[in-house]
Design a protein around this ligand. Structure first.
Ligand code: NAI
Length: 326
């Protein structure tokens, strides 16, 4: 058994290596992303292990099949970057890690929200320069505000509980509402109209692509804070920028961005960024961007590695695996 790991960083390797050794699985770690150009690196491997920004389309899958790869193991929850239907057609099994720490992502969403509403990002820079002025740092209480949670699965549920702990009123939209969740579900448009804060926690699908768009700008409350820790393309970035520019949107907290794949996870501090929308968003005083790091806790990395290896072992042994993407 040999696995080719794509788009890996040092922290991935550190957590996977001892577990692979214990499971007697050989591995190759590549920092390059899996795509049409680099799929050749999978030659001689039984499994490819990919992350959120690898490209696993029909061309890549056909090549993987040609090289004898039997499994695509996602070391993440979202699988919008994998053509899993085509993989099934050619007989390649796709597995994922559906839950590794919903707390990691939900807590990051709250961290972004608090940073934004209490202007911690500005205060941090000021005090490092011995500027102790409070001018321009007025925030607002979360207590009593209405938060609209879109997607009430594992992460959405944890986020709802965190918000309740702050004394916020929670309303929610989910295409498949949960029967055992103590939350007031409303149609999406009503959530857009009533929420002071909107947080996105649903997967990226054909249904949810650009679910926040130019039309949404006419529905939201002036000054609304937008949080997206799910997938960038839930939000039309041009519409978001327009809302920020015309001050309809009060602030945006983004851990994901529609076109993040060429940028996020890389040190581009010495480069010219050719995405004007991203550059403009980052330049705004009320936009906070983190580089798809909401998952990045010790607990989550441990769970990701354990479940990924367990998935691979189960499929290899012909056993039942609950984490197959169907
Ligand atoms: P989950 O599958 O437990 O929950 C997703 C929820 O979205 C479900 O309740 C589902 O019914 C709902 N949903 C599905 N289609 C919908 C639609 N059209 N409209 C509204 N709601 C819809 O997933 P989980 O674990 O809560 O993760 C949510 C998303 O968070 C993932 O899909 C992934 O994209 C993202 N994520 C981001 C991470 C990061 O580091 N920023 C890390 C992990 C996940």
């Amino acid at each position: 058994m040999k696995i080719a790991f794509f788009d890996t960083k040092k922290y991935d390797q550190e957590v996977f290596e001892p577990k692979l050794k214990a499971a007697k699985i050989k591995a190759k770690f590549y920092d390059t992303r899996l795509d049409e150009d680099d799929v050749v690196l999978a030659k001689g491997c039984d499994v490819v292990c990919v992350f959120v920004n690898d490209t696993v389309n029909t061309t890549v899958i056909d090549k993987l099949k040609e090289y004898g790869v039997k499994m695509i193991a996602l070391r993440c929850a979202g699988f919008n970057n994998v053509d899993y239907k085509h993989a099934a057609e050619v007989g390649i099994t796709v597995v994922r890690v559906p839950a590794y720490s919903p707390y990691a992502v939900a807590e990051h969403a709250m961290a972004l929200l608090l940073t934004s509403t209490r202007k911690i990002h500005k205060a941090y820079i000021r005090t490092r320069d011995f500027n102790f002025s409070l001018q321009g740092l007025t925030g607002f209480d979360l207590y009593g505000k209405t938060v609209g949670v879109i997607g009430t699965g594992k992460i959405g549920k944890v986020f709802i509980n965190i918000c309740k702990g702050f004394g916020m009123k929670v309303i929610a939209y989910d295409k498949f509402p949960s029967k055992d969740l103590d939350v007031e579900y409303k149609p999406l448009d009503a959530v857009y109209r009533e929420a002071d804060i909107l947080s996105f926690h649903c997967p990226l699908t054909d249904d949810t692509l650009h679910m926040f768009n130019f039309g949404t700008l006419g529905k939201i409350k002036p000054g609304v804070v937008i949080i997206n820790t799910s997938r960038g393309a839930l939000i039309d970035a041009e519409a978001l920028l327009e809302g920020i520019k015309n001050q309809k949107i009060g602030a945006a907290c983004l851990d994901v961005y529609e076109e993040e794949s060429g940028y996020f996870y890389e040190d581009l501090s010495g480069s010219i960024i050719d995405d004007d929308t991203l550059s403009r968003l980052i330049s705004m005083p009320n936009v906070i961007v983190t580089s798809h790091q909401a998952f990045l806790t010790k607990e989550a990395l441990e769970n990701i590695a354990t479940t990924t290896i367990e998935n691979v072992k189960q499929i290899d042994a012909g056993k039942e695996c609950p984490n197959i993407v169907k």
